[in-house]
Structures are given as C-alpha cells and as structure tokens.
Design a protein around this ligand. Structure first.
Ligand code: ZNH
Length: 120
C-alpha cells in the first residue's frame, strides 16, 4: 500500500527527519512502526480532505501536538509533502496529471500551513 512507503521514503531521502523517530526500534521499510505511522498521517490527510471547508478546525489538536509536544521544525512539512507527491506519482501514474499534481501540492501546502500554525 502506498502509505507504507511515505514515511520510510522521507526518512531515507531526508535523513535529518530521522531525529524525530529515534524512539522507533526499526526505521526500515519493513518496520511496523513506520508503516503504522504512515497510515496515521494519511488518515489525518483524508480527514482534512473530508472537511475541506474547515481544515483548521479538523487538524487543530494535531497542530497543537506538532507545535508543543513533538516540536517538529516546520521545514520538515515540505519534505513530507514532497515525498507524498512522489509516492502518489509512482502508485497512480495515469491519474497523476499536471492538474492533479498542482491540486495535491496546493492541498498539502495548506495542510502543512495549518499544522505549523501554532508555532510561536
Ligand atoms: Zn506527524 C505523530 C500527522 C508531519 C513527526 N503525525 C502524528 C500523528 C498524526 C500525524 C495523525 C499521530 C498523532 C496521535 O497519535 O495522536 N504529521 C501528520 C501529518 C503531517 C505530519 C498529517 C503532514 C502532512 N510529522 C510530520 C513531520 C514530522 C512528523 C513532517 C517530522 C519530520 N508526527 C511526527 C512524530 C509523531 C507524529 C515524531 C509521533 C510518532 C510516534 O511517537 O509514534
């Protein structure tokens, strides 16, 4: 499944992101923690898709979590968004037209903005 690739690819291609997952026992593509977490990320993005009129409200608690508890550097959201686009292109080459690429890029930028909004 595509989501099993997302987090693994980000960790491989942008190894600086590994610092946030140092508590995981295994960071390989076979890691159940990496796969499970990739699914959680996609589920959160799916709920943003389903509440496209209120992305801010939908992701509010996740935004607090990333800003206050996890303290993920906002620059990393771009790296994850890029990885998601690459995985979509790989798994859905026919559907991944320039229009879809543009729409997904805009949407992920919006989600990233919301998730990074509580950094002060
Ligand atoms: Zn994150 C967590 C989503 C980005 C890091 N996240 C998480 C979760 C979710 C998410 C849903 C879970 C929560 C609970 O459990 O409650 N993210 C997300 C999204 C995004 C993100 C949607 C975008 C788009 N993150 C991110 C980044 C990073 C991160 C970029 C770095 C690099 N996260 C993280 C961590 C965690 C999380 C570290 C925790 C995990 C564990 O511990 O397992």
């Amino acid at each position: 499944m595509p989501w099993t690739q997302i987090l693994f690819r980000m960790l491989e291609v942008f190894p600086q992101t590994k610092t946030y997952f140092s508590h995981y026992a295994d960071l390989s593509v076979k890691s159940s923690q990496v796969r499970t977490h990739g699914k959680k990320i996609i589920d959160a993005i799916t709920s943003a898709v389903n509440h496209i009129d209120d992305i801010t409200g939908t992701l509010s608690s996740l935004s607090t979590l990333h800003a206050n508890t996890l303290r993920v550097d906002p620059a990393n959201f771009k790296l994850l968004s890029h990885t998601i686009l690459v995985v979509l292109a790989l798994y859905f080459p026919a559907e991944f037209t320039p229009e879809v690429h543009l729409a997904c890029d805009k949407f992920l930028a919006r989600v990233s903005h919301v998730l990074a909004d509580k950094y002060r």
